[in-house]
Ligand binder design. Structure first.
Ligand code: SF4
Length: 245
């Protein structure tokens, strides 16, 4: 969304000045390679940033280009993804790489498997320089609380402010560069609905079964294996469970 007045411009200026001093130094912020940025966005969807950084670096060392990932086996991709959680993301990323290797980057990036509106806009903005603001939960929160609109140039600053200062429940307004004009300054917010615990969940059983298959073992949890088969993460050959090739 474009900046529509000098007042909006001033708010964005304050935000960008804060960002230049406090923004997170994430390795994918120094590249415009759409493949590297897509990997970072897919990895970051449901995994904490501190865990994503070393895994992203390792991934790019192993498969530095979209063609390299497209040529990899699904089994290797699933193995490399282990520990990041939500393993279907690995298969989607692999299929997206195969699509790009065969047809190039589509104009509408949501045509790629596993790429929703936010991820498409993030790649469009950060890699292709398109004038679109990717809107994640952090961007939404800061925009709603301040009542401001921001330009695509503020995307990373908004994400960092939402992550580090304008927190979901108890925002750190005393440290906020936008506090002077923010109508939500000093407010507290209801806790968000949290996802159930991972320990003991069916997600955990699936993750354990997949880890066993990746290690060449045969899992005993038939229900978990059936769910993995449905998602294409493993295949059954008679009684034998293995990773897809
Ligand atoms: S003043 Fe507080 S509520 Fe407003 S944007 Fe800053 S941290 Fe968020």
């Amino acid at each position: 969304m474009a900046v529509g007045s000098s007042r909006l411009g001033r708010v964005e200026e304050l935000l960008l000045a804060w960002f230049s001093q406090n923004g997170r130094d994430l390795p994918w912020r120094s590249t415009r390679d759409p493949y590297a940025i897509l990997v970072s966005e897919v990895m970051s969807q449901q995994t904490q940033m501190e865990r994503v950084v070393p895994r992203w670096q390792r991934w790019l060392e192993r498969w530095p280009t979209v063609d390299a990932l497209a040529a990899a086996s699904a089994a290797d991709v699933i193995r490399e993804w282990q520990g990041l959680g939500y393993n279907r993301r690995a298969l989607s990323l692999h299929r997206a790489a195969q699509h790009v290797a065969a047809h190039g980057w589509p104009d509408d990036l949501t045509e790629l498997p596993g790429v929703g509106r936010y991820t498409a806009d993030a790649v469009a903005c950060f890699a292709f320089g398109r004038r679109v603001l990717p809107v994640d939960v952090n961007v939404t929160r800061v925009s709603e609380r301040t009542g401001q609109t921001f330009s695509p140039a503020a995307a990373q600053a908004l994400m960092d402010l939402g992550k580090m200062v304008c927190l979901a429940r108890i925002p750190r307004c005393a440290a906020c560069p936008l506090a002077a004009g923010c109508p939500s300054r000093g407010r507290r917010f209801e806790p968000l609905r949290r996802q159930g615990p991972f320990a003991g969940s069916f997600r955990q059983r699936r993750a354990t079964a997949l880890r066993e298959v990746a290690a060449g073992l045969q899992p005993e949890d038939g229900e978990a294996v059936a769910a993995l088969v449905r998602d294409g993460l493993v295949r059954m050959d008679g009684e034998v469970v293995s990773l897809p090739q």
